[in-house]
Design a protein around this ligand. Structure first.
Ligand SMILES: NC(=O)C1=CN([C@@H]2O[C@H](COP(=O)(O)OP(=O)(O)OC[C@H]3O[C@@H](n4cnc5c(N)ncnc54)[C@H](O)[C@@H]3O)[C@@H](O)[C@H]2O)C=CC1
Ligand SMILES: O=C([O-])CC(=O)C(=O)O
Length: 310
């Protein structure tokens, strides 16, 4: 049995955590022989329930930051900024004091990118690379759209990229993606053969998927969000092999994006360390979309900083 991991899930009484806790407990994220927190004969976890961040984050190895207000119909994710950003300031301050310095953090609570940025700013003793936000749900949605269009399984589609913000300005990009059909691997644009669909309907469907779910359910996505959070953390701990996955990570200026923004990039993960996939050709269409979502993130970050300092 591997060493016990301490995993924090904030917002543990909410919709997303309802599925997330079960998946962590049955070994979908950290492996079937990995104890979480303390040993327990039936499940792989022992639970400490607390509303004290200094207790919750003490010695944390991994944190799923889900606790935050969800948006309702008619709202954009950035409308949650005022309500949620201060939660992340306080939690960052607690993590800074009591978490392990190699804690791996995924922010799910919206606006996820900017909340992750704030969390990291208020936990300066923890490396910035340890803070990420979730765009895996968008990646899974994009993959599913392409798979359905081509009549193949989701796992036959790889290297779909989500650039930028987890919001309606995100840029789902299949220019570098491939699909395996009857044993043959081909670029997605070649297989789909419909540039207009890929540049319009496909992008819009993925950008608007969160809103469509809220409209239908009057609640935001829950099980699919939990699944995506597990995918993200599992890949971070276990690696991606040759494939790329998308996650919001701190920008180092790659692809001309403002340094310090929490921007979704394609990454490879090895030895629990992510690195941005470099050298991709960016055409004019992509450039415009990547810059538009970066501009929104810049605005969000400036507003969030003002809120935190108020
Ligand atoms: N990044 C992504 O792809 C997605 C993000 N989300 C976001 O995830 C967040 C959670 O969604 P749900 O689970 O559906 O919401 P929910 O309302 O069912 O659960 C949120 C939980 O957080 C708790 N909470 C509120 N303030 C807290 C604080 N200061 N500390 C700890 N816990 C606190 C609430 O009491 C509640 O139990 C929302 O912000 C939602 O918009 C949802 C789907 C996808
Ligand atoms: O749209 C929302 O507010 C919830 C969410 O982030 C998603 O489903 O992608």
């Amino acid at each position: 049995m591997a060493e016990t991991l301490k995993v924090v899930v904030t917002g543990a009484a909410g919709q997303i955590a309802y599925s997330l806790l079960f998946s962590v407990a049955k070994g979908d994220v950290f492996g079937k022989d990995q104890n979480c927190c303390k040993s327990c004969p039936l499940f792989l976890l022992d639970i400490v329930a607390t509303d004290d961040p200094m207790v919750a984050f003490k010695d944390a190895d991994a944190a799923f930051m889900v606790g935050a207000m969800p948006r309702r119909e008619g709202m954009e994710r950035k409308d949650l900024l005022k309500a949620n950003v201060k939660i992340f300031k306080a939690q960052g301050q607690a993590m800074d004091q009591v978490s392990k310095k190699n804690v791996k953090v995924i922010v799910v609570g919206n606006p996820a990118n900017t909340n992750a940025c704030i969390l990291s700013k208020y936990a300066p003793s923890i490396p910035k690379a340890n803070f990420t936000c979730m765009t895996r749900l968008d990646q899974n949605r994009a993959q599913a759209q392409i798979a359905a269009k081509l009549g193949v399984g989701n796992d036959q589609v790889s290297n779909v990229i989500i650039w930028g913000n987890h919001s309606s300005t995100q840029f789902p990009d299949v220019a570098h993606a491939s699909v395996t059909i009857q044993g043959k691997t081909v670029p997605v644009p070649e297989a789909v053969k419909d540039d207009s669909y890929l540049k319009n309907e496909f992008i819009k469907t993925v950008q608007q998927r969160g809103a469509a779910v809220i409209k239908a359910r009057k609640l935001s996505s829950a099980m699919s969000a939990a699944k995506a959070a597990c995918d993200h953390m599992r890949d971070w701990f276990c690696g991606t092999g040759d494939k790329w996955v998308s996650m919001g990570v701190i920008s180092d200026g790659s692809y001309g994006i403002r340094e310090g923004l929490m921007y979704s990039y394609p990454v490879r993960i090895q030895d629990k360390t992510w690195s941005i996939v470099q050298g991709l050709t960016i055409n004019e269409f992509a450039r415009e979309k990547m810059d538009a979502t970066a501009a929104e993130l810049s605005e969000e970050l400036d507003a969030a900083m003002a809120e935190c300092e108020a």
